[in-house]
Design a protein around this ligand. Structure first.
Ligand code: ZN
Length: 185
């Protein structure tokens, strides 16, 4: 039987092939979903293949031309369900999407909560190391403050992921506040 996880990696590689991240090195986009899945496994001890596959696919519907029908056909209904839970409605204003992430976090399934926590963890870590080119330090702090509110609704499923995200958020906000103070001196 074909290996679903490898199939999902190839699928996501193809879908994201022309995309780059917003950091200064414009890293290939596919690095991000692979990082999220690896983080879930290494930090969270997650070995449920459907969750790992959905982590690899979590940005395909939101950010590429991938349809729900394609994911269902290739990976089945439960993977599709998880991916949809991690997909923002791009027809809404960005501020509304951000508000809904906070509002809906606690109603997600346990699998989706873990994927979203890993997604936030990877995004926050990369902002600290190599932020998007046009982001000021205040904007980075705002992002951390917003992410903290989303993550509050996502915790309570996986203790290791919870511990790690709290550490990343606390350290990150402290580091960025220091950077902001240095900048203002
Ligand atoms: Zn993501």
């Amino acid at each position: 039987m074909p290996n679903q996880l490898l199939q999902s990696v190839l699928f996501a590689c193809t879908k994201h092939e022309d995309q780059r991240r917003k950091n200064s090195n414009a890293t290939p986009y596919i690095n991000h979903p692979v990082e999220v899945a690896e983080y879930l496994s290494r930090v969270g001890g997650v070995d449920d293949v459907e969750i790992l596959v959905a982590a690899i696919l979590h940005d395909t519907i939101e950010d590429t031309n991938t349809t729900a029908a394609e994911i269902r056909e290739c990976f089945g209904d439960s993977v599709l369900g998880l991916v949809l839970e991690c997909t923002d409605d791009k027809s809404l204003e960005k501020s509304e999407r951000k508000r809904l992430q906070i509002e809906n976090a606690s109603q997600k399934s346990p699998g989706a909560k873990q994927i979203k926590l890993a997604d936030k963890a990877c995004n926050l870590k990369s902002i600290l190391v190599d932020p998007p080119k046009d982001w000021t330090i205040s904007r980075q702090i705002d992002y951390f403050e917003w992410a903290k509110k989303v993550c509050d609704g996502l915790t309570g499923v996986n203790e290791k992921l919870d511990e790690e995200i709290n550490q990343i958020l606390d350290d990150g906000i402290r580091t960025l506040t220091d950077r902001l103070n240095d900048e203002q001196q």
